[in-house]
Design a binder for this molecule. Sequence first.
Ligand code: FE2
Ligand code: FE2
Length: 272
Amino acid sequence: MALFKRTRREDVSDPAKLLVADHQKVERIFDEIHASEEVVPRQGLVAQLDFEFSMHATIEEQILYPFIRANVPEGDPMMEQAEHEHDEAKAALAALVNADPGGDAFEGAVRELEGLFKAHVKEEEKTVFPRLADATSPEALATLRADLEEAKFGSTEPRPLEAEAPAPAKKSAARKSTAKKATARKAAARKATAKKATARKATAKKAAVKKAAAKRAPAKRAAAKKAAVRKAAARKAPAKKATARKATARKAAAKKAPAKKSAAKKATAKRR
Ligand SMILES: [Fe+2]
Ligand SMILES: [Fe+2]
């Protein structure tokens, strides 16, 4: 199998290497779908398949096929056929996306799309890509590769092809589910920590408000005391004034009394 994979990438042009890597990626997704029996992983894999296949078909139709039509002898009829095969595969993909992953029709929809895909890939790798390489200069092939990369990745920065890099270990459905659970656990832990932090902040705020109120209380009490004293003093003031007035009157009367007595004495003596 490894030898077959290496052979598919050897002695092919640069743009073909990129596209063969795409083909192999889609094939791996098919293998994972066959190995999967659970509904949820199947749904995820079909979504991946939809994304990878649609992306690949789009860059071929927008960049590669017009280039072949313009530069490769007999390119037009070859691309007519390729586009027809793309259309058939897209219809089969739509049927698979709409199939119930737990239903009886699911396996049949997968096999239908896989058959169309493999036949088309075989035609491209055995016939289309070699004819493209034969008809095109190395410079033009390099430009075509850059155009395909830019359409796919949005950049012409050099990057290792997936098919050229060491093959990643296959993730089983169980491993994926474990990773999913771990991610969910991490998210839950993050949420709980954030909740605790919010509660801690609210408690600290309440404590600060209490402390400030306690600080203000003695000053408040002292002010109330002063106000009470002032009120009591105000209440006593009229009585105090009356007492003072009475005392003044008494003093004035006492002063007048001796003069009165002496006048009476004088009057008595006169009468005698
Ligand atoms: Fe294609
Ligand atoms: Fe292709």
